[in-house]
Design a protein around this ligand. Structure first.
Ligand code: ADP
Length: 543
Protein backbone atom coordinates (compact mmCIF):
# COMPACT_ATOMS: atom_id res chain seq x y z
CA UNK A 1 0.00 0.00 0.00
CA UNK A 2 1.28 3.48 -0.84
CA UNK A 3 1.17 6.40 1.53
CA UNK A 4 -1.25 9.09 0.51
CA UNK A 5 1.00 12.11 0.55
CA UNK A 6 1.72 14.53 -2.24
CA UNK A 7 4.85 13.93 -4.21
CA UNK A 8 5.78 17.51 -5.01
CA UNK A 9 9.26 17.47 -6.46
CA UNK A 10 12.31 18.75 -4.60
CA UNK A 11 13.30 21.72 -6.74
CA UNK A 12 15.91 24.43 -6.43
CA UNK A 13 13.34 26.93 -7.72
CA UNK A 14 11.12 26.13 -4.75
CA UNK A 15 13.95 27.28 -2.47
CA UNK A 16 13.99 30.61 -4.33
CA UNK A 17 10.24 31.03 -4.06
CA UNK A 18 10.30 30.13 -0.38
CA UNK A 19 13.15 32.51 0.50
CA UNK A 20 11.57 35.30 -1.57
CA UNK A 21 8.30 34.99 0.35
CA UNK A 22 9.79 34.55 3.78
CA UNK A 23 12.99 36.59 3.92
CA UNK A 24 12.68 39.24 1.16
CA UNK A 25 14.60 41.88 3.11
CA UNK A 26 17.54 39.65 4.06
CA UNK A 27 20.85 41.01 2.77
CA UNK A 28 23.49 39.71 0.40
CA UNK A 29 26.80 41.59 0.48
CA UNK A 30 29.58 41.08 -2.08
CA UNK A 31 33.03 42.35 -2.87
CA UNK A 32 33.53 42.69 -6.63
CA UNK A 33 36.23 44.23 -8.79
CA UNK A 34 33.83 47.16 -9.41
CA UNK A 35 32.48 47.68 -5.95
CA UNK A 36 34.11 46.94 -2.58
CA UNK A 37 30.67 46.48 -0.93
CA UNK A 38 27.81 45.65 -3.24
CA UNK A 39 24.68 45.06 -1.20
CA UNK A 40 21.16 44.11 -2.06
CA UNK A 41 18.31 42.00 -0.68
CA UNK A 42 17.07 38.49 -1.36
CA UNK A 43 14.12 40.13 -3.14
CA UNK A 44 16.38 42.00 -5.57
CA UNK A 45 18.50 38.89 -6.06
CA UNK A 46 15.51 36.79 -7.08
CA UNK A 47 14.16 39.56 -9.28
CA UNK A 48 17.43 39.64 -11.22
CA UNK A 49 17.54 35.82 -11.20
CA UNK A 50 14.19 35.81 -13.03
CA UNK A 51 15.52 38.38 -15.51
CA UNK A 52 18.49 36.08 -16.06
CA UNK A 53 16.16 33.12 -16.63
CA UNK A 54 14.38 35.11 -19.33
CA UNK A 55 17.73 36.14 -20.82
CA UNK A 56 18.90 32.51 -20.98
CA UNK A 57 15.72 31.68 -22.81
CA UNK A 58 16.29 34.65 -25.13
CA UNK A 59 19.80 33.38 -25.91
CA UNK A 60 18.31 30.08 -26.99
CA UNK A 61 19.57 28.02 -24.05
CA UNK A 62 17.46 24.91 -23.62
CA UNK A 63 16.44 22.57 -20.81
CA UNK A 64 19.46 20.39 -19.92
CA UNK A 65 22.06 22.64 -21.57
CA UNK A 66 25.30 23.09 -19.69
CA UNK A 67 26.10 26.70 -18.86
CA UNK A 68 29.65 27.41 -17.70
CA UNK A 69 30.71 29.91 -15.04
CA UNK A 70 34.24 31.16 -14.41
CA UNK A 71 33.68 33.45 -11.49
CA UNK A 72 34.47 34.31 -7.87
CA UNK A 73 32.12 34.28 -4.90
CA UNK A 74 29.74 37.18 -5.49
CA UNK A 75 26.11 38.06 -6.16
CA UNK A 76 26.23 37.63 -9.94
CA UNK A 77 27.62 34.11 -9.56
CA UNK A 78 24.82 33.44 -7.08
CA UNK A 79 22.22 34.61 -9.61
CA UNK A 80 23.73 32.16 -12.10
CA UNK A 81 23.49 29.31 -9.61
CA UNK A 82 19.81 30.02 -9.07
CA UNK A 83 18.75 31.15 -12.56
CA UNK A 84 20.51 28.41 -14.53
CA UNK A 85 19.46 25.51 -12.29
CA UNK A 86 15.98 26.93 -11.68
CA UNK A 87 15.42 26.98 -15.45
CA UNK A 88 16.30 23.30 -15.77
CA UNK A 89 19.79 23.88 -17.15
CA UNK A 90 23.03 22.71 -15.62
CA UNK A 91 25.29 25.21 -13.87
CA UNK A 92 28.84 24.09 -14.63
CA UNK A 93 31.16 25.87 -12.21
CA UNK A 94 34.66 25.88 -13.72
CA UNK A 95 37.69 26.12 -11.45
CA UNK A 96 39.96 28.86 -12.87
CA UNK A 97 42.91 27.31 -11.06
CA UNK A 98 42.86 24.23 -13.28
CA UNK A 99 45.58 24.18 -15.92
CA UNK A 100 44.63 25.66 -19.34
CA UNK A 101 44.60 22.13 -20.80
CA UNK A 102 42.21 20.98 -18.06
CA UNK A 103 39.94 24.00 -18.57
CA UNK A 104 39.75 23.24 -22.31
CA UNK A 105 38.99 19.64 -21.42
CA UNK A 106 36.18 20.37 -18.95
CA UNK A 107 34.45 22.96 -21.18
CA UNK A 108 34.51 20.69 -24.22
CA UNK A 109 33.62 17.62 -22.20
CA UNK A 110 30.65 19.37 -20.59
CA UNK A 111 29.74 20.85 -24.00
CA UNK A 112 29.05 24.25 -22.44
CA UNK A 113 27.01 26.43 -24.80
CA UNK A 114 27.40 29.68 -22.88
CA UNK A 115 30.09 30.82 -20.51
CA UNK A 116 29.65 33.58 -17.94
CA UNK A 117 33.04 34.96 -17.03
CA UNK A 118 34.41 37.41 -14.49
CA UNK A 119 36.56 40.15 -16.10
CA UNK A 120 39.49 39.09 -13.91
CA UNK A 121 39.48 35.60 -15.42
CA UNK A 122 39.03 36.79 -18.98
CA UNK A 123 42.71 36.48 -20.09
CA UNK A 124 42.52 32.81 -19.25
CA UNK A 125 39.63 32.27 -21.68
CA UNK A 126 41.16 34.48 -24.36
CA UNK A 127 44.25 32.31 -24.37
CA UNK A 128 42.28 29.11 -25.01
CA UNK A 129 39.30 30.34 -27.06
CA UNK A 130 40.34 28.66 -30.30
CA UNK A 131 40.26 25.26 -28.58
CA UNK A 132 36.69 25.58 -27.32
CA UNK A 133 34.45 23.60 -29.62
CA UNK A 134 30.96 24.09 -28.21
CA UNK A 135 30.76 27.62 -26.76
CA UNK A 136 28.50 29.94 -28.74
CA UNK A 137 28.51 33.00 -26.53
CA UNK A 138 30.50 34.56 -23.70
CA UNK A 139 28.85 36.83 -21.17
CA UNK A 140 31.12 39.09 -19.12
CA UNK A 141 30.02 39.58 -15.52
CA UNK A 142 30.21 43.38 -15.50
CA UNK A 143 28.16 46.49 -16.15
CA UNK A 144 28.62 48.56 -19.29
CA UNK A 145 31.02 51.03 -17.66
CA UNK A 146 33.31 48.23 -16.57
CA UNK A 147 33.33 46.10 -19.71
CA UNK A 148 36.95 45.17 -20.44
CA UNK A 149 38.59 45.11 -23.86
CA UNK A 150 38.67 41.54 -25.10
CA UNK A 151 39.83 39.42 -27.99
CA UNK A 152 36.94 37.00 -27.42
CA UNK A 153 34.31 37.00 -30.10
CA UNK A 154 30.56 36.81 -29.40
CA UNK A 155 30.69 38.74 -26.18
CA UNK A 156 27.81 40.22 -24.20
CA UNK A 157 27.69 42.40 -21.09
CA UNK A 158 25.83 40.73 -18.20
CA UNK A 159 24.09 43.84 -16.89
CA UNK A 160 23.03 44.96 -20.35
CA UNK A 161 21.81 41.48 -21.15
CA UNK A 162 19.60 40.91 -18.12
CA UNK A 163 18.50 44.56 -18.13
CA UNK A 164 16.65 43.91 -21.36
CA UNK A 165 14.41 41.26 -19.86
CA UNK A 166 11.32 41.18 -17.71
CA UNK A 167 11.55 40.08 -14.08
CA UNK A 168 8.46 37.94 -14.44
CA UNK A 169 9.22 34.31 -14.93
CA UNK A 170 7.36 31.09 -14.07
CA UNK A 171 9.89 28.56 -12.86
CA UNK A 172 9.31 25.34 -14.82
CA UNK A 173 8.39 22.16 -12.96
CA UNK A 174 10.12 18.93 -13.80
CA UNK A 175 11.45 15.69 -12.33
CA UNK A 176 13.52 16.28 -9.19
CA UNK A 177 16.21 13.94 -10.51
CA UNK A 178 16.99 16.42 -13.30
CA UNK A 179 20.62 17.56 -13.37
CA UNK A 180 21.20 20.96 -11.76
CA UNK A 181 24.94 21.44 -11.36
CA UNK A 182 28.22 20.05 -12.62
CA UNK A 183 31.53 20.21 -10.80
CA UNK A 184 34.71 18.52 -12.00
CA UNK A 185 37.09 17.15 -9.39
CA UNK A 186 40.59 18.41 -9.89
CA UNK A 187 41.78 14.92 -10.79
CA UNK A 188 45.20 14.32 -9.33
CA UNK A 189 45.60 11.65 -12.00
CA UNK A 190 44.14 11.71 -15.50
CA UNK A 191 41.50 14.14 -16.70
CA UNK A 192 39.09 15.83 -14.28
CA UNK A 193 35.91 13.85 -13.61
CA UNK A 194 32.49 15.46 -13.71
CA UNK A 195 30.14 15.08 -10.74
CA UNK A 196 26.58 15.86 -11.81
CA UNK A 197 24.29 17.02 -9.01
CA UNK A 198 20.49 16.90 -9.24
CA UNK A 199 17.74 19.08 -7.79
CA UNK A 200 16.86 16.28 -5.41
CA UNK A 201 20.43 15.74 -4.20
CA UNK A 202 20.93 19.49 -3.77
CA UNK A 203 17.79 20.00 -1.71
CA UNK A 204 18.36 16.96 0.49
CA UNK A 205 21.95 18.10 1.05
CA UNK A 206 20.67 21.57 1.95
CA UNK A 207 18.29 20.07 4.53
CA UNK A 208 21.10 18.02 6.04
CA UNK A 209 23.50 20.93 6.15
CA UNK A 210 20.92 23.01 8.00
CA UNK A 211 20.52 20.55 10.88
CA UNK A 212 21.36 21.98 14.30
CA UNK A 213 24.23 19.51 14.58
CA UNK A 214 25.64 20.70 11.24
CA UNK A 215 25.32 24.45 10.50
CA UNK A 216 22.30 25.15 12.72
CA UNK A 217 21.79 28.43 10.86
CA UNK A 218 19.10 30.92 11.83
CA UNK A 219 17.79 33.99 9.98
CA UNK A 220 19.80 36.07 12.46
CA UNK A 221 23.07 34.51 11.25
CA UNK A 222 25.49 36.10 8.83
CA UNK A 223 27.46 33.64 6.70
CA UNK A 224 30.73 34.16 4.85
CA UNK A 225 31.65 31.27 2.55
CA UNK A 226 35.37 31.58 1.84
CA UNK A 227 35.35 28.27 0.03
CA UNK A 228 35.01 29.07 -3.69
CA UNK A 229 31.71 28.71 -5.50
CA UNK A 230 33.60 26.66 -8.10
CA UNK A 231 34.59 24.16 -5.40
CA UNK A 232 31.66 21.82 -4.69
CA UNK A 233 29.15 24.71 -4.79
CA UNK A 234 30.89 26.52 -1.93
CA UNK A 235 30.10 23.35 0.05
CA UNK A 236 26.42 23.77 -0.80
CA UNK A 237 26.04 26.94 1.28
CA UNK A 238 24.17 29.04 -1.31
CA UNK A 239 21.33 26.50 -1.03
CA UNK A 240 21.38 25.71 2.70
CA UNK A 241 21.53 29.39 3.61
CA UNK A 242 18.38 30.17 1.58
CA UNK A 243 16.53 27.46 3.45
CA UNK A 244 17.46 29.14 6.76
CA UNK A 245 17.11 32.76 5.60
CA UNK A 246 20.51 33.92 6.81
CA UNK A 247 22.54 36.84 5.51
CA UNK A 248 25.18 36.01 2.90
CA UNK A 249 28.54 37.75 2.59
CA UNK A 250 30.85 37.09 -0.36
CA UNK A 251 34.54 38.04 -0.62
CA UNK A 252 34.66 38.07 -4.46
CA UNK A 253 38.23 37.98 -5.78
CA UNK A 254 39.57 38.74 -2.28
CA UNK A 255 39.18 35.18 -1.06
CA UNK A 256 42.80 34.80 0.04
CA UNK A 257 43.12 38.32 1.41
CA UNK A 258 43.04 38.25 5.21
CA UNK A 259 42.58 42.02 5.49
CA UNK A 260 39.36 41.89 3.44
CA UNK A 261 38.13 38.80 5.27
CA UNK A 262 38.61 40.42 8.68
CA UNK A 263 36.95 43.65 7.54
CA UNK A 264 33.97 41.75 6.14
CA UNK A 265 33.61 39.71 9.31
CA UNK A 266 33.62 42.80 11.49
CA UNK A 267 31.47 45.09 9.30
CA UNK A 268 28.89 42.47 8.38
CA UNK A 269 28.72 40.77 11.81
CA UNK A 270 29.65 37.40 10.35
CA UNK A 271 28.74 34.57 12.72
CA UNK A 272 29.70 31.55 10.60
CA UNK A 273 32.41 31.23 7.98
CA UNK A 274 33.83 28.28 6.07
CA UNK A 275 37.01 27.40 4.25
CA UNK A 276 40.11 25.21 3.95
CA UNK A 277 42.81 25.24 6.67
CA UNK A 278 45.31 27.29 4.62
CA UNK A 279 42.94 30.27 4.49
CA UNK A 280 42.54 30.22 8.27
CA UNK A 281 46.26 29.92 8.96
CA UNK A 282 46.70 33.11 6.92
CA UNK A 283 43.87 34.90 8.73
CA UNK A 284 45.14 33.93 12.20
CA UNK A 285 48.64 35.20 11.38
CA UNK A 286 47.13 38.45 10.12
CA UNK A 287 45.10 38.87 13.32
CA UNK A 288 48.23 38.21 15.39
CA UNK A 289 50.22 40.77 13.46
CA UNK A 290 47.59 43.52 13.50
CA UNK A 291 45.89 42.87 16.83
CA UNK A 292 42.55 42.98 15.04
CA UNK A 293 39.57 40.90 16.15
CA UNK A 294 36.73 38.85 14.73
CA UNK A 295 34.37 39.23 17.66
CA UNK A 296 31.11 38.33 15.93
CA UNK A 297 32.41 35.01 14.58
CA UNK A 298 31.15 32.04 16.57
CA UNK A 299 31.92 29.08 14.33
CA UNK A 300 34.39 28.31 11.55
CA UNK A 301 33.72 25.30 9.33
CA UNK A 302 36.97 23.73 8.25
CA UNK A 303 37.28 20.99 5.67
CA UNK A 304 38.85 19.95 2.40
CA UNK A 305 42.02 18.91 4.22
CA UNK A 306 42.84 17.80 7.74
CA UNK A 307 42.50 20.57 10.30
CA UNK A 308 45.66 20.89 12.40
CA UNK A 309 45.25 20.98 16.18
CA UNK A 310 47.13 24.28 16.27
CA UNK A 311 44.34 25.89 14.22
CA UNK A 312 41.65 24.59 16.59
CA UNK A 313 43.51 25.95 19.63
CA UNK A 314 44.44 29.33 18.15
CA UNK A 315 40.83 30.01 17.18
CA UNK A 316 39.66 28.89 20.62
CA UNK A 317 42.24 30.62 22.79
CA UNK A 318 42.80 33.85 20.86
CA UNK A 319 39.33 34.49 19.41
CA UNK A 320 36.80 32.35 21.27
CA UNK A 321 35.76 30.70 18.01
CA UNK A 322 34.62 27.08 17.72
CA UNK A 323 36.22 25.13 14.87
CA UNK A 324 33.81 22.66 13.30
CA UNK A 325 35.79 20.28 11.18
CA UNK A 326 33.92 18.39 8.47
CA UNK A 327 34.88 15.82 5.89
CA UNK A 328 33.57 15.46 2.38
CA UNK A 329 34.43 15.44 -1.28
CA UNK A 330 33.10 16.67 -4.61
CA UNK A 331 31.40 13.30 -5.03
CA UNK A 332 29.49 13.74 -1.74
CA UNK A 333 28.11 17.24 -2.42
CA UNK A 334 30.32 17.52 -0.13
CA UNK A 335 28.81 16.92 3.31
CA UNK A 336 29.89 13.58 4.80
CA UNK A 337 30.74 13.98 8.47
CA UNK A 338 30.94 16.92 10.85
CA UNK A 339 32.11 17.84 14.35
CA UNK A 340 29.61 17.90 17.19
CA UNK A 341 29.63 16.69 20.78
CA UNK A 342 27.66 13.67 21.93
CA UNK A 343 25.51 13.44 25.05
CA UNK A 344 27.85 12.53 27.89
CA UNK A 345 30.55 14.94 26.72
CA UNK A 346 29.07 18.02 28.45
CA UNK A 347 31.76 17.99 31.08
CA UNK A 348 34.67 17.62 28.69
CA UNK A 349 37.41 20.14 29.31
CA UNK A 350 38.89 22.22 26.47
CA UNK A 351 41.58 19.67 25.70
CA UNK A 352 39.10 16.80 25.47
CA UNK A 353 36.84 18.83 23.20
CA UNK A 354 39.83 19.70 20.99
CA UNK A 355 40.63 15.99 20.64
CA UNK A 356 37.14 15.47 19.25
CA UNK A 357 37.40 18.54 16.99
CA UNK A 358 40.60 17.19 15.46
CA UNK A 359 38.72 14.14 14.17
CA UNK A 360 36.76 14.48 10.94
CA UNK A 361 33.40 14.24 12.70
CA UNK A 362 30.37 12.03 13.14
CA UNK A 363 27.85 10.74 10.65
CA UNK A 364 24.94 12.79 9.35
CA UNK A 365 21.62 11.18 8.63
CA UNK A 366 21.50 10.54 4.88
CA UNK A 367 25.10 9.40 4.58
CA UNK A 368 25.95 5.84 5.51
CA UNK A 369 29.61 5.11 6.05
CA UNK A 370 31.79 2.11 6.68
CA UNK A 371 35.42 1.07 6.54
CA UNK A 372 36.50 -2.09 4.76
CA UNK A 373 39.66 -4.14 4.32
CA UNK A 374 41.13 -5.17 0.98
CA UNK A 375 38.55 -8.01 0.68
CA UNK A 376 35.70 -5.51 1.16
CA UNK A 377 35.05 -6.93 4.62
CA UNK A 378 33.57 -4.35 6.96
CA UNK A 379 35.85 -3.38 9.85
CA UNK A 380 34.69 -2.63 13.40
CA UNK A 381 34.05 0.87 14.78
CA UNK A 382 36.59 0.51 17.56
CA UNK A 383 38.98 3.40 16.99
CA UNK A 384 41.73 0.98 16.01
CA UNK A 385 40.81 -0.82 12.81
CA UNK A 386 41.83 1.15 9.74
CA UNK A 387 40.26 0.63 6.31
CA UNK A 388 39.02 2.13 3.08
CA UNK A 389 36.28 4.64 3.76
CA UNK A 390 33.10 3.96 1.78
CA UNK A 391 29.86 5.93 1.74
CA UNK A 392 26.45 5.92 0.15
CA UNK A 393 23.40 8.14 0.23
CA UNK A 394 21.09 10.35 -1.85
CA UNK A 395 23.69 13.11 -2.30
CA UNK A 396 26.57 10.77 -3.20
CA UNK A 397 27.61 10.40 -6.87
CA UNK A 398 26.90 7.04 -8.49
CA UNK A 399 29.14 7.73 -11.47
CA UNK A 400 30.93 10.45 -13.42
CA UNK A 401 29.47 12.42 -16.29
CA UNK A 402 29.97 10.68 -19.64
CA UNK A 403 32.28 8.08 -18.14
CA UNK A 404 32.12 4.40 -18.89
CA UNK A 405 30.85 1.99 -16.29
CA UNK A 406 34.30 0.44 -15.99
CA UNK A 407 35.48 3.74 -14.52
CA UNK A 408 32.77 3.69 -11.87
CA UNK A 409 33.82 4.97 -8.44
CA UNK A 410 31.49 2.41 -6.81
CA UNK A 411 32.66 -0.88 -5.35
CA UNK A 412 30.96 -4.18 -6.18
CA UNK A 413 28.26 -3.59 -3.55
CA UNK A 414 27.36 -0.12 -4.79
CA UNK A 415 29.19 2.00 -2.19
CA UNK A 416 31.39 4.92 -3.22
CA UNK A 417 35.03 4.15 -2.53
CA UNK A 418 36.22 7.54 -1.30
CA UNK A 419 39.92 6.86 -1.79
CA UNK A 420 40.42 7.82 1.85
CA UNK A 421 41.72 5.61 4.60
CA UNK A 422 40.01 6.03 7.94
CA UNK A 423 39.11 4.64 11.32
CA UNK A 424 35.85 5.09 13.18
CA UNK A 425 35.62 4.99 16.97
CA UNK A 426 32.93 3.41 19.12
CA UNK A 427 31.09 6.74 19.40
CA UNK A 428 30.93 7.07 15.63
CA UNK A 429 33.64 9.69 15.09
CA UNK A 430 35.52 9.15 11.87
CA UNK A 431 39.17 9.95 11.51
CA UNK A 432 40.95 10.17 8.16
CA UNK A 433 44.45 8.79 8.37
CA UNK A 434 45.36 9.14 4.70
CA UNK A 435 44.32 8.90 1.10
CA UNK A 436 44.69 5.38 -0.27
CA UNK A 437 47.33 6.50 -2.71
CA UNK A 438 49.29 8.55 -0.15
CA UNK A 439 49.44 6.03 2.64
CA UNK A 440 52.97 5.05 3.67
CA UNK A 441 53.48 1.33 4.00
CA UNK A 442 56.36 0.78 6.35
CA UNK A 443 57.37 -2.73 7.38
CA UNK A 444 53.83 -3.98 6.73
CA UNK A 445 52.20 -1.19 8.78
CA UNK A 446 50.31 1.84 7.56
CA UNK A 447 51.68 5.19 8.61
CA UNK A 448 49.46 8.26 8.42
CA UNK A 449 51.09 11.10 6.49
CA UNK A 450 48.36 13.42 7.80
CA UNK A 451 49.34 12.82 11.45
CA UNK A 452 52.93 13.79 10.71
CA UNK A 453 51.93 16.88 8.72
CA UNK A 454 49.57 18.04 11.45
CA UNK A 455 52.21 17.60 14.11
CA UNK A 456 54.81 19.47 12.03
CA UNK A 457 52.61 22.52 11.35
CA UNK A 458 52.15 22.84 15.11
CA UNK A 459 55.70 24.30 15.17
CA UNK A 460 55.59 28.09 14.98
CA UNK A 461 58.41 28.19 12.42
CA UNK A 462 56.56 25.91 10.00
CA UNK A 463 54.31 27.48 7.36
CA UNK A 464 53.40 24.26 5.56
CA UNK A 465 54.41 20.61 5.65
CA UNK A 466 53.95 17.69 3.28
CA UNK A 467 54.83 14.06 3.92
CA UNK A 468 55.43 11.37 1.33
CA UNK A 469 56.61 7.78 1.50
CA UNK A 470 59.99 7.08 -0.15
CA UNK A 471 61.69 3.77 -0.82
CA UNK A 472 63.65 2.35 2.06
CA UNK A 473 65.69 -0.87 1.69
CA UNK A 474 64.72 -2.24 5.09
CA UNK A 475 61.19 -0.94 5.60
CA UNK A 476 60.03 -0.72 1.95
CA UNK A 477 58.82 2.82 2.59
CA UNK A 478 59.58 5.46 5.19
CA UNK A 479 58.18 8.98 5.66
CA UNK A 480 60.01 11.99 4.27
CA UNK A 481 58.92 15.32 5.72
CA UNK A 482 59.10 18.33 3.39
CA UNK A 483 58.78 21.69 5.14
CA UNK A 484 58.24 25.30 4.11
CA UNK A 485 59.42 27.64 6.86
CA UNK A 486 57.63 30.82 7.92
CA UNK A 487 59.36 33.83 6.41
CA UNK A 488 62.44 34.68 8.44
CA UNK A 489 62.04 31.74 10.85
CA UNK A 490 64.95 29.58 11.98
CA UNK A 491 64.57 25.80 11.97
CA UNK A 492 66.77 22.85 11.04
CA UNK A 493 66.28 19.11 10.76
CA UNK A 494 67.37 18.38 14.33
CA UNK A 495 65.03 21.05 15.70
CA UNK A 496 62.12 19.71 13.69
CA UNK A 497 62.68 16.11 14.78
CA UNK A 498 63.09 17.10 18.40
CA UNK A 499 59.77 18.93 18.24
CA UNK A 500 58.04 15.86 16.81
CA UNK A 501 59.50 13.23 19.08
CA UNK A 502 56.84 13.41 21.82
CA UNK A 503 54.01 14.01 19.34
CA UNK A 504 54.39 10.95 17.12
CA UNK A 505 54.84 7.26 17.75
CA UNK A 506 58.28 5.92 16.94
CA UNK A 507 57.16 4.28 13.71
CA UNK A 508 55.80 7.60 12.36
CA UNK A 509 58.93 9.67 13.00
CA UNK A 510 60.14 10.87 9.60
CA UNK A 511 63.51 9.51 8.53
CA UNK A 512 64.49 12.84 7.03
CA UNK A 513 63.38 16.47 6.89
CA UNK A 514 63.95 18.56 3.78
CA UNK A 515 63.34 22.33 3.61
CA UNK A 516 61.94 23.87 0.41
CA UNK A 517 60.72 27.33 -0.61
CA UNK A 518 57.28 26.12 -1.60
CA UNK A 519 55.17 22.99 -1.96
CA UNK A 520 53.21 22.08 -5.11
CA UNK A 521 49.43 22.55 -4.83
CA UNK A 522 46.38 21.19 -6.64
CA UNK A 523 43.69 23.45 -8.11
CA UNK A 524 41.72 23.20 -4.88
CA UNK A 525 44.68 24.42 -2.84
CA UNK A 526 45.73 21.09 -1.36
CA UNK A 527 49.31 19.86 -1.35
CA UNK A 528 49.80 17.85 -4.52
CA UNK A 529 51.40 14.66 -3.27
CA UNK A 530 51.69 13.46 -6.84
CA UNK A 531 53.93 16.40 -7.76
CA UNK A 532 55.77 16.20 -4.47
CA UNK A 533 56.56 12.54 -5.12
CA UNK A 534 57.76 13.47 -8.61
CA UNK A 535 59.93 16.22 -7.17
CA UNK A 536 61.57 13.70 -4.82
CA UNK A 537 61.64 10.83 -7.30
CA UNK A 538 65.40 10.38 -7.03
CA UNK A 539 65.57 10.98 -3.31
CA UNK A 540 67.28 8.24 -1.29
CA UNK A 541 67.36 7.89 2.48
CA UNK A 542 70.81 7.63 3.93
CA UNK A 543 69.53 6.17 7.20
P1 ADP B 1 40.26 16.79 -4.75
O1 ADP B 1 40.14 15.46 -5.36
O2 ADP B 1 40.63 17.85 -5.67
O3 ADP B 1 41.09 16.85 -3.50
P2 ADP B 1 37.84 17.17 -3.21
O4 ADP B 1 37.70 18.57 -2.82
O5 ADP B 1 36.65 16.43 -3.61
O6 ADP B 1 38.77 17.19 -4.40
O7 ADP B 1 38.64 16.45 -2.08
C1 ADP B 1 38.11 15.46 -1.27
C2 ADP B 1 39.19 14.90 -0.40
O8 ADP B 1 39.72 15.89 0.48
C3 ADP B 1 38.71 13.82 0.51
O9 ADP B 1 38.60 12.58 -0.17
C4 ADP B 1 39.79 13.82 1.58
O10 ADP B 1 40.93 13.12 1.16
C5 ADP B 1 40.15 15.27 1.68
N1 ADP B 1 39.46 15.88 2.83
C6 ADP B 1 38.32 16.58 2.82
N2 ADP B 1 38.00 17.00 4.07
C7 ADP B 1 38.96 16.52 4.89
C8 ADP B 1 39.21 16.60 6.30
N3 ADP B 1 38.44 17.28 7.13
N4 ADP B 1 40.31 15.97 6.76
C9 ADP B 1 41.14 15.29 5.95
N5 ADP B 1 40.96 15.19 4.63
C10 ADP B 1 39.89 15.80 4.09
Amino acid sequence: MHGMMMDTQLMISSLLTFADRNFPEQEIVSVTAENPRHRYTYRECFKRTRQLANALDGLGAKFGDRIGTLAWNDYRHLELYYGVSGSGMVCHTINPKLTPAQIIFVINHAEDRLIFVDPLVLPLLEAIQEHLTTVEQFVILADKANMPETTLSNVLCYEELIGEYSDEFEWPEFDENTASGLCYTSGTTGNPKGVMYSHRSTILHAYASSLPSVSGLLPTDSVLPVVPMFHVNAWGMPFGVLMCGAKMVFPGPKMGDSETLQALMEEESVSLTSGVPTIWMGLLDYLDQTGKNIDSVQKVSVGGAACPMSLIKRFRDDHNVLVKQGWGMTETSPLGTVFGLRAGMEDYNDEQVAEVQAKQGHGIFGIEMKITDEENKEQPWDGEAVGRLKVRGPWVAKGYYKQEESQSPLDESGWLDTGDVAMIDAQGYMQITDRTKDVIKSGGEWISSIDIENAAVGHTAVAEAGVIGRYHPRWTERPLLVVVKQAGAELDKAGMLEFLVDKLDKMSMPNDVVFVDELPHTATGKISKLDLRKQFEDYEFTA
